[in-house]
Write a protein that binds this ligand. Sequence first.
Ligand SMILES: C[S@@+](CC[C@H](N)C(=O)[O-])C[C@H]1O[C@@H](n2cnc3c(N)ncnc32)[C@H](O)[C@@H]1O
Length: 376
Amino acid sequence: MTLSVFRAIHTAVSPHSLIFRRSRASFCCSVNRPSSSSSAVSATPVSTVRIPLFLREATGTATISELHAWRKWAQTLVSSVGSKFEDADNGPGPELLCREIRWMLEDVVEANLDVVNRLSDETAFGKDGDVVRLRAGLDELYCLWEERIEKRRPFQYLVGCDHWRDLVVCVQEGVLIPRPETEMIVDMVEEVVSRDKRLAEGIWADLGTGSGALGIGIARILRNGGKVVATDISEVAISVASFNVNRYGLQDKIELRQGSWFEPLEDVKGKLSGLVSNPPYIPSMNIAGLQAEVGQHEPRLALDGGKDGLDYLLHLCENSALALESGGFFAFETNGGSQSKFIADVMTNRSNFSFRDVKIVADLSGIQRFVTGFRQ
Ligand SMILES: C[S@@+](CC[C@H](N)C(=O)[O-])C[C@H]1O[C@@H](n2cnc3c(N)ncnc32)[C@H](O)[C@@H]1O
């Protein structure tokens, strides 16, 4: 995991809260700006995808002092909130919210880190009438920050992207914001494919791909010939994933298919070299208690795993033996603790001994987050 490039890391890692951090990649993104006539990888329309701030044309302008006034106003809103969000549901505190103000400016001000730095310099404010080019109008900036504070709209939805591993993936309402702990699945895949050329050149499936982050991360480490089939039941997720796949130029390596879990995988049944999934796993009764950013804004379809949170994990367990080829690898993300123990037990003892080397792997916070193993 490329922790060293992260500009800021928030404290506890929990999929029930949103962990905000960013990498320097926001300024040195090596991928191309998508063209309006992008060649879609599938028949899925990408027209419904909202272009994130950092990819927009800079058609607006503002003076440095206008931006300074916006920043001061945004900080005043943060001060008025204080630790209210933290106290209520472990939400973002003032320090993090202030960092988000800066990140928002970085995305909005056209390729000019110097301007953003000057905005942090108290002595530079109010004197500077220089005009800078913006990717959003000032009015929009005011509206966005109001939504952040008043509606607790997640920062990633405001700016339309999330910095995940070494990627910048576009996200919007209707699609889960990928979490840092899920990055570890790519690391685990990287390890197994580095040891087994056959796996590195095989077909992998990412079930419930959401923004496509996991599928894209895996596609980038497979060798020539290696492919990913990424599925999701949500049309918005498939559209957003398609946009992200195109942006990373991976149309030939990732095939997106809309449908429920294994349903779209009939043609590759028994042929998969790998199967990864971060399915919805939060017990239904816990959804109401989630951090407002998550519970009120992220799609329930991506969170709710049924009564015990195990509905989809068990479905994955039941169908993996038929989907994977001999020697194929699987990695599932869980809610941790008893959930991962239960899933590991199912894969070890209740699967007609179809799997070997079943392990529980902890995330970086020490939570027993993942269950991994191999098809016999
Ligand atoms: C926890 S999210 C994970 C998204 C993404 N893989 C990630 O880690 O950021 C679970 C995903 O499963 C998808 N999903 C829910 N029910 C599904 C189903 N029956 N078949 C396929 N995908 C489903 C949701 O739309 C959502 O994108």
